[in-house]
Design a protein around this ligand. Sequence first.
Ligand SMILES: Cc1cc2nc3c(=O)[nH]c(=O)nc-3n(C[C@H](O)[C@H](O)[C@H](O)COP(=O)(O)OP(=O)(O)OC[C@H]3O[C@@H](n4cnc5c(N)ncnc54)[C@H](O)[C@@H]3O)c2cc1C
Length: 349
Amino acid sequence: MLVEKNVPLQPYNTFRIVARAQTLVRVLREADVQALLADPELGPAPKFVLGGGSNIVLTGDVKAVVLKVEIMGRRLVAESDKAWIVEFGAGENWHEAVGWTLAQGRPGLENMALIPGTVGAAPVQNIGAYGVELQDRFESLDAIDLQTGRPFTLEAAQCGFGYRDSVFKHAAGPQGLGLAGRALITRVRLRLPKAWKPELGYLDLQRRQAETGIERPTAQQIHDWVCEIRRAKLPDPAVIGNAGSFFKNPTVTPEQCADIIAREPKIVHYLLDDGTVKLAAGWLIDACGWKGKSIGQAGVYEKQALVLVNRGGGDNGATGGEVMTLAKAIQTSVYERFGILLEPEPVVI
Ligand SMILES: Cc1cc2nc3c(=O)[nH]c(=O)nc-3n(C[C@H](O)[C@H](O)[C@H](O)COP(=O)(O)OP(=O)(O)OC[C@H]3O[C@@H](n4cnc5c(N)ncnc54)[C@H](O)[C@@H]3O)c2cc1C
């Protein structure tokens, strides 16, 4: 178990916000968690589990013990006529994991290429992009209960997956279902069906297909298209600090949608299978005039209003407070104009 004190967290969050961890423990193997929990000082202390820091906003120094998950490993654990089951250590980089499966001739994750962060965090918000979500490929995960030290395994049905949501985002309720702050995910297994078919439901991918004239793209081609589209649309966190989409796309009833369309005929919306309607949060923010605006060093990305960015660098960048002030101002104006409360996607610490 590697314990470090007074650790700068700027390199460990993609918003590049300046903050420190009083104590940071690198978790390289399951036994490190057990050693930490048995430690008389660290064991009872509050804890925060950190992956790649690509979905968090730090609003100050972190007093909780930061457990930085660096458990590595990738392997094929089972194979049947129907599917391959591959397992990854929670500290593996997600995008590299996608590339590894493709290099092994096992497609299925290509639409989720280039999502930053670790494999261990992928189930937390059920990551998704270009028509595929983690839950579509999820088999099971191993985790450790940070209160009791008990290891446990969860199947998909036990993870409560929803749109950018899972049991890991909710505190324990009266039914005791929430695991927020309680579970450290150590390993994730994914099911990659052998009967692969391309997922080309998204307009951007269909455009790429038309441009290239490729009727039956391979998984690698879809991977490359997704990377090109994402690089053109989203700011690279290595260049401009950000946490990807800052708000979830809200869903409304068809009646609410009809009411909004009557006032805002151009609103971007998609009908979902369950009859509800998803609205494009970026469109709502843009319609309120936020694109390119800033509060302090926190700004709204010029090319995509859904992404908040850190306009500064080094020690002079945005603070978490500035990011959250901007986020609240956006929420207020979207609520006042459309009656919709946008829900932030990143975890605020
Ligand atoms: C440029 C950019 C683009 C993005 N695009 C997408 C996208 O297309 N789709 C999408 O879904 N997301 C996207 N994101 C968000 C982000 O990439 C995902 O949420 C990712 O899964 C976060 O991984 P992480 O390792 O960085 O998690 P962190 O930011 O470190 O942590 C996020 C949350 O997960 C918890 N956590 C992390 N690791 C573990 C673990 N091992 N066990 C238990 N809890 C853990 C943390 O406590 C925290 O609550 C984007 C982010 C950026 C910066």
